[in-house]
Write a protein that binds this ligand. Structure first.
Ligand SMILES: [Zn+2]
Length: 118
């Protein structure tokens, strides 16, 4: 069960949770944005606790695959329209927490603006 505040020991664990959720709910989350642990650690000073490699990401955001689907009717497209994508609001953001030594779910929006195939 995915929810805000969930803690995971590694990216593998998080990935398993996402996979289970995706299978149960027939949605497909794809990585939308991320910051790698390695590049973040490189910025930290020598006396600072580093992010463990098992987190892989210091921050990672997933979005529903349908969020990127192009859906046009071929009519009524306004010239100033910023995007013609179906912007699905569903989102899962996870951040590494060095104090807790865990990956923590910061944001989880379990809402879709399209039909979910079952
Ligand atoms: Zn969606």
């Amino acid at each position: 069960m995915l929810q805000v505040g969930n803690e995971y020991n590694s990216f593998d664990e998080l990935n398993d949770a996402i996979r289970d959720y995706s299978e149960q709910h027939s949605v497909l989350f794809v990585k939308d944005d991320c910051k790698k642990v390695a590049s973040e650690n490189a910025k930290l000073g020598p006396n600072t606790t580093k992010y463990p490699d098992r987190f892989v990401y210091r921050f990672v955001r997933f979005r529903c695959k349908h969020g990127g689907d192009v859906r046009t009717n071929g009519r009524g497209t306004r010239p100033n329209q910023r995007s013609f994508k179906t912007e699905c609001p569903s989102e899962l953001s996870v951040s590494a927490n060095r104090k807790k030594d865990k990956m923590v779910v910061l944001k989880f929006v379990d809402e879709h603006n399209h039909e979910i195939s079952r």
